[in-house]
Design a protein around this ligand. Structure first.
Ligand code: BDR
Ligand code: CA
Length: 320
């Protein structure tokens, strides 16, 4: 039997974070989720922590939730209420979870979980929000890097942004944190807009989820329905499920391809703040200097099928 991949989800739920968590919950035969940590991003830390607790309990995920950074390292927080709504989950109201947030802050909690891994074992960090917690972890406990197999993150773009012409939201929100992660020497997989814009659900697929009797499908459909009603998505008629990409990459790497690059983040105040500079000129660098695999191609149909069936399967298992 192949070993499960130990993962930690660091997130700011967020509608696509919420769909990504459903995907994880349905794929626990491949992914062993050790913990969920929250970070200020799409909404305030109080709101995203609440969402992480409620979502994980709703999906039947019996994992600890620890609250992380209340704001970016240097910048003022800028929430994305216009995309994810005032609560962060559109109009969706989930039952309030009974489980409580961990007493320890996410950075200490991440350190604890990673250092308690059995000798020789490693975990994959999967950040789907700004990289604030991860940067703090790597700067505070540099020795913990040996326990991290890789950081597979949703963020950045080799070409064009969403929050500005140059930058993607998660990196724009905390560029300094992203730059710390780029320079950490831990292997990175960048699931940026280049690939996540190929990973979407259509209006019809969302409508079907909403009409279903399956409780998880309904909730995911409602949230995605809110997301698609936002001006940019409404115009396209599809909704990108960015945050599910790093997890699906771990479960089905064959659905994706990419190119090695040396990546860094623009921490200036100018128009390119938060852009990810991806240098693909391999001939200029030693192999270990090419710090990231930058995904740029996804099999859209496989992504849609696998995400949708994960959502339905989760609903079915929750019933039984
Ligand atoms: C990213 O920004 C957030 O609004 C989403 O949750 C996703 O993580 C996409 O740019
Ligand atoms: Ca997110």
């Amino acid at each position: 039997m192949t070993e499960k991949i130990k993962v930690i989800m660091d997130c700011d739920p967020g509608i696509d974070d919420a769909l990504a968590m459903a995907y994880v919950a349905a794929n626990q035969d491949v992914l062993e989720l050790l913990a969920i940590t929250s970070v200020s991003g799409n909404q305030s830390i109080e709101k995203v922590t609440r969402n992480a607790l409620d979502l994980s309990e709703f999906y039947g995920l019996n994992v600890p939730v620890a609250e992380g950074a209340h704001e970016p390292l240097v910048r003022e927080p800028q929430f994305a209420g216009e995309v994810h709504g005032n609560t962060g989950l559109g109009n969706c109201v989930l039952p309030k979870a009974e489980k409580q947030v961990e007493k320890e802050n996410a950075v200490l909690f991440l350190h604890k979980i990673l250092s308690e891994l059995p000798e020789g074992e490693q975990a994959v960090l999967v950040p789907t929000g700004p990289l604030t917690n991860i940067a703090l972890l790597l700067k505070t406990f540099p020795e913990i890097k040996s326990r991290i197999r890789e950081i597979v993150f949703m963020g950045g773009a080799a070409k064009g942004g969403n929050v500005t012409p140059a930058a993607e939201f998660n990196i724009y929100a905390d560029p300094e944190a992203a730059q710390i992660v780029c320079k950490a020497g831990v292997p990175l997989v960048m699931c940026g807009l280049d690939v996540t814009t190929q990973c979407f659900l259509t209006k019809n697929q969302i409508a079907k989820l909403c009409q279903s009797n399956n409780e998880v499908a309904k909730v995911c459909g409602d949230m995605a329905g809110f997301y698609i009603s936002q001006p940019y998505n409404k115009y396209k008629g599809t909704v990108n499920v960015h945050d599910a990409v790093p997890f699906m990459y771990l479960v089905h790497p064959e659905f994706f391809s990419g190119e090695k690059a040396k990546i860094s983040t623009d921490c200036s105040e100018g128009v390119s703040r938060g852009s990810t500079l991806c240098d693909f000129r391999w001939w200029n660098y030693k192999e270990e200097e090419m710090n990231a695999l930058v995904l740029n191609k996804a099999d859209t149909e496989q992504f849609q099928q696998h995400l949708i069936s994960a959502i339905y399967e989760l609903g079915e298992t929750r019933k039984s």
